[in-house]
Design a binder for this molecule. Structure first.
Ligand SMILES: NC(=O)c1ccc[n+]([C@@H]2O[C@H](COP(=O)([O-])OP(=O)(O)OC[C@H]3O[C@@H](n4cnc5c(N)ncnc54)[C@H](O)[C@@H]3O)[C@@H](O)[C@H]2O)c1
Length: 344
């Protein structure tokens, strides 16, 4: 398929490798920083644009990858969907509920394929955990996400001062960047969240000895699922060089499951008296892309790993956690004010 890319930064470069491996052709890339668009596009002979609008007007494409910062997702994603172009949209869905709802409305009106980049949903170990639960609701889920942010962005470097990630109003900080993956995978296993509590700290981990400038390097959130289960999520933006940890423990009345969601995902545990063991061999992002292109080829909007509606639920929980951190109280999901750059 012919693919165009909006936002030629770190994640776009990762996707470029996968697209090549899957035999798809990147035909154009746009970025307001022309040197970034050129660096991505020139070596593969793709067109370079400074703005997605003329790119969408003039380039013949079968799919659009939106890899720009969260507050800029809605406009290109909605415009592509309105033209009937399948969209692969990076997580989080958006920075505000307003933008998130616009994307879902454009997706539903178009009937088009749109996948959101919550790649953990694609893992065989997550599917095996769901199967082991066999419909029984988890009573407790515990996620640990300890690690760095996207290495190629250099978020701790002096050059990153003023970047979209360094401004929590644009990025949502590590709660959105790292923790929303944990919220999403917990929702994939335990369903909808009714209310949350959360707290956050700064200056003891990656930000030790630095001016936090409104950023956090530690976040703990507690999710109360609608059916009574509890989810705990601990996110640590750890100092450079620290080993990363991405795990999820799931306890239900007849299941005790331990997932490692790192580079070589595994599932171990017991359910209904059976020993459960599973592992993934395919990279989660590659798997997510495969599912996206297969869905786009068949025109099957439901066949992607994470739909915009799935991701809107995750966004609402992340926004509720953000409000809970700010207010110190329990916040019901869906009633959070939707902070961020767009009106909420
Ligand atoms: N799925 C994952 O695991 C994963 C990992 C990393 C990043 N991401 C997500 O991918 C997105 C981009 O992150 P990144 O790490 O590549 O950031 P980045 O800063 O490296 O790249 C973003 C690029 O978008 C460009 N940009 C800004 N505004 C734009 C606009 N209006 N139109 C087009 N381009 C624009 C920037 O100039 C920059 O080059 C974010 O939503 C982030 O959360 C997802």
């Amino acid at each position: 398929m012919r693919v165009a890319i909006v936002g030629a930064g770190a994640i776009a470069r990762t996707h470029l490798e996968h697209l090549g491996a899957l035999g798809h052709e990147v035909v154009a890339a746009c970025d307001p920083l022309p040197e970034r668009a050129r660096a991505l596009a020139a070596p593969i002979g793709a067109e370079v644009h400074a703005d997605w609008r003329p790119m969408l007007e003039t380039v013949r494409m079968d799919a659009l990858f939106v890899c720009s910062p969260p507050a800029t997702h809605a406009a290109p994603a909605c415009a592509a969907l309105e033209r009937g172009i399948p969209v692969y949209l990076e997580k989080p869905l958006a920075r505000s509920l307003h933008d998130g709802r616009e994307i879902v409305a454009a997706w539903e009106a178009s009937g088009c394929v749109c996948a959101i980049g919550y790649q953990w949903r694609s893992l065989d170990v997550v599917a095996a955990a769901r199967e082991a639960l066999a419909g029984s609701a988890p009573g407790l889920l515990v996620s640990r996400s300890f690690g760095g942010t996207e290495p190629a962005r250099g978020d701790l470097s002096a050059a990153a001062a003023g970047s979209w990630f360094s401004d929590p109003r644009q990025s949502g900080g590590i709660l959105f960047e790292l923790g929303s993956h944990d919220i999403d995978v917990q929702r994939a296993l335990a369903g909808e969240v009714a209310a949350v509590q959360a707290t956050a700290g700064a200056g003891r981990l990656a930000l030790a000895g630095r001016d936090p400038a409104g950023r956090h390097d530690a976040v703990s959130a507690t999710l109360r699922f609608r059916d009574g289960g509890i989810g705990a999520i601990h996110v640590g933006w750890s100092a450079e060089g620290s080993p990363s940890v991405y795990t999820l423990d799931v306890l239900a009345s007849e299941a005790t499951l331990a997932l490692d969601l790192g580079k070589a995902p595994t599932l171990r545990g017991r359910a209904k008296g059976r020993t459960i063991v599973a592992a993934d061999t395919l990279d989660a992002r590659l798997h997510t892309h495969e599912r996206f292109f297969a869905a786009a080829g068949r025109g099957d909007a439901a066949a992607v790993v994470c739909t915009p509606r799935d991701a809107l639920g995750t966004l609402a929980v992340a926004l509720a956690c953000e409000s809970a951190i700010a207010t110190g109280g329990e916040v019901e999901v869906g009633t959070a004010p939707g902070r961020g750059l767009s009106p909420g």
